[in-house]
Design a protein. Structure first.
Length: 701
């Protein structure tokens, strides 16, 4: 970060090191210094050689999305039963017209800055909706950073909010806010922190419980798009904390596999807790999906794991030549399962997509093995033409892969208990695919980011099936091996190496899928495996790019697609950037795209993590259609050291929800000497904010 403190050494780190615009502290706590370890993908699968493709035909029917509020559920998506263009247009009103002609975003962009505050455009306002430690269960004590306790944290809002989803309740002035708590930063959480080696058992227990997911009832406040939290005593019907001790059930073909069995769970069917939940999604049947990402960092003792397990540990970023990886939180002293020497399979029980039913606080959350195991950023669902659930997913690691899952059964419409039970089972059985891309201009890619002579970074692609139901389609691997060690399966089928796929999300207005490829500073570096390709056209890629994927026939279940890069991020003055051909003098600088979302008009919203342009991270919006396609504008910036997460644009487009993650995460900062004092002026505290237009109008238009 630009704060002077970011350039000082963090005493407990070995060396002053950071990647892109991230502080060393973020690298350590978020990913366990993943970027400083060897790239886990050591496979030599290559990308296809040049394959000429004709121009990409946009054959989309531009069908809208039908959102129907049914008892306790939200339905959103495209399906045979629900695809009613006329009804959708009627529902969405002006939004459908706007997307057809290409919508513009009416706000004046927020300039890049390094302020320790939230900055929104003129005519907008914002407020903190909920903070780390705020009571969400009845009886939870008020937050006091000097009197933290495990039992309190288990009833309070967790740390480092990331994914944000909002599910309408039947009373339309109320909704459920669902939020992931990705990771803890003990240096900023605990007064008097003296390092992980000196951490107390109590601090470790608090950290375990500060991870996970929160479900919180919120209600509208006034006539603008502003919301507030419903007091816990009045929200007991729904409010919930899921954390590192919550029981999860495994589903799918790998449930019960010997690869998932431990001494505490000899069935291999029950996991304890969820960690590093990064992005996520809301399903058309009204549940939340959440991705377990950098789970590797919670484990020690890889050196003592059985030899037979070591290759898989390494492929997932767990060192096998040392007991204590650099970023170790030393949780094995309070819970032996975090020691892989004692419990070599415990790491296999993380790295999944989890599904939570926010409408049923007594339900057991599930880990779906059918969606594979990797560093799941998140999962977002669109329905296929025949109504099957298709989940798009990214494995956020340098040179790792894009995936999708297609359910074997179709979603059912309606609200009865039998329908709900059916839909809740959709992600338990289906086909898992990895993406293999081909290129139109491979010969012209030189690592500089220069646009090829055909005017596009583009090509075709194929979804390669890995598992269908309980049958492995990868030679030499059993079904549970493919699902538990999915990265090996991707290697074997020659999936395409990407620049850290973060959020992958379908635009329900058009069916096109967008992936944030956040960066990859190892791309093309001397001694590294792979140089620039058409989908990763810059070596030492510091700023990332956005991928747009169009399924054949616009059917989410298709096994072929076309793709292009509408945006190659960075300072627009930098020749290697590209904004869909839009006038670069008019776009906002953007670096390290991470989470994506769509507003009801179909505009793409992009949040950033680790801005490598010497300014704070932000939230950006960009039209995808018409003359304004590529006109990226910054909507908001977050405080010093923070990352912009979420985001979530309300169904009525009157509110933008943003998770402000790790404010003040600047090297050498501490609770007592914070680099940020957002939001309350004393110490840094992760929180979710909501933003609205002062006149109550639609955000962005
Ligand atoms: Fe948690 Fe890939 O960001
Ligand atoms: Ca091309
Ligand atoms: Ca992310």
């Amino acid at each position: 970060m630009t704060d002077a403190r970011s350039k000082r050494l963090l005493p407990i780190l070995d060396a002053p090191r950071a990647h892109g615009g991230r502080s060393s502290m973020t690298c350590r706590y978020r990913c366990g210094d993943a970027c400083f370890h060897p790239v886990p993908n050591r496979s030599d699968n290559e990308y296809f050689a040049d394959m000429v493709t004709e121009a990409v035909a946009d054959r989309l029917s531009r069908r809208g999305v039908l959102r129907i509020g049914v008892a306790g559920t939200v339905a959103a998506g495209l399906s045979a039963g629900l695809t009613l263009p006329a009804a959708a247009a009627e529902k969405s009103g002006t939004a459908a017209t706007e997307v057809a002609k290409g919508s513009s975003l009416g706000f004046a962009p927020v300039p890049p800055n390094t302020l320790d505050s939230i900055v929104v455009p003129n005519g907008y306002d914002h407020d903190v909706l909920i903070r780390w430690g705020q009571p969400i269960l009845p009886g939870a004590p008020a937050f006091d950073p000097h009197r933290q306790a495990p039992a309190a944290q288990a009833m309070q809002f967790g740390y480092n909010n990331d994914f944000v989803g909002v599910l309408p309740l039947e009373r339309d002035d109320r909704a459920l806010l669902v939020v992931n708590h990705e990771y803890t930063n003990e240096e900023l959480m605990f007064p008097g922190w003296k390092g992980h080696e000196a951490a107390t058992d109590k601090q470790k227990q608090i950290a375990i419980l500060a991870h996970g997911i929160s479900v919180v009832m919120i209600e509208r406040a006034g006539r603008t798009g502003r919301w507030k939290v419903v007091p816990p005593a009045k929200a007991r019907k729904y409010n919930r904390r899921i954390h590192g001790r919550t029981t999860f059930a495994f589903t799918g073909a790998a449930a019960g596999s010997k690869l998932l069995r431990t001494s505490a769970d000899r069935t291999g069917k029950k996991a304890q807790g969820t960690f590093n939940n990064c992005a996520g999604g809301i399903t058309p049947w009204g549940t939340m999906l959440s991705g377990e990402e950098n789970f590797n960092q919670y484990f020690v003792g890889g050196d003592g794991a059985p030899e037979a397990d070591k290759a898989a540990l390494l492929r997932y970023g767990i060192p096998t030549d040392t007991r204590y990886p650099d970023a170790s939180r030393r949780w094995e002293t309070v819970d032996e399962r975090f020691d892989l020497t004692a419990e070599p399979h415990e790491a296999n029980r993380f790295g999944w997509i989890v599904e939570v039913d926010p409408f049923d606080p007594d339900s057991t959350p599930r880990k779906h093995t059918a969606l594979g195991r990797f560093k799941h950023e998140g999962a977002n669902v669109r329905l296929s033409d025949d109504g099957r659930a298709v989940a798009y997913m990214g494995d956020d690691e340098r040179f790792d892969y894009l995936y999708k899952f297609v359910s074997s059964r179709r979603m059912r419409a309606g609200s009865g208990a039998a329908v709900r039970r059916h839909n809740l089972g959709l992600l338990e059985d289906g086909t898992l695919y990895a993406a293999k891309l081909s290129f139109t201009s491979a010969d012209e890619i030189d690592g500089s980011g220069k646009l090829p002579s055909d005017g596009a970074f583009d090509g075709k692609g194929e979804w390669i099936p890995l598992v269908k139901g309980d049958r492995s389609l990868v030679p030499g691997m059993t079904v549970d091996e493919v699902l538990v060690h999915t990265r090996f399966a991707g290697d074997k089928v020659g999936a395409t190496k990407m620049d850290r796929p973060e959020d992958v999300e379908p635009n329900l207005r058009t069916g096109k899928v967008y992936a944030a490829l956040t960066n990859n500073t190892d791309r093309g570096m001397p001694g590294k495996k792979e140089g620039a390709t058409e989908v990763a056209p810059r070596n030492e890629n510091k700023h990332g790019q956005i991928l747009e994927l169009t399924e054949q026939g616009n059917d989410a279940a298709a096994t072929r697609f076309t793709w292009s890069l509408p945006i190659v991020c960075g300072d627009p003055a930098d020749e290697s950037t590209y904004f869909a051909g839009y006038d670069k003098t008019k776009v906002s600088p953007i670096s390290c795209p991470d989470n994506v979302a769509f507003d009801p008009a179909g505009n793409l919203w992009i949040s950033t993590d680790g801005n490598a342009l010497e300014a704070n991270d932000g939230l950006f919006a960009v039209p995808l259609k018409g003359e304004e396609r590529g006109h990226v504008k910054q909507f908001l910036t977050v405080p010093v050291g923070a990352e912009t997460c979420g985001p979530w644009i309300a169904d009525d487009a009157r509110t933008v929800f943003v998770a402000v993650q790790h404010p003040g995460e600047v090297d050498d900062a501490s609770f007592e000497e914070p680099a940020s004092t957002w939001p309350d002026g004393s110490y840094a505290r992760p929180a979710v904010v909501n933003v609205w237009r002062n006149d109550g109008g639609r955000v962005g238009s």
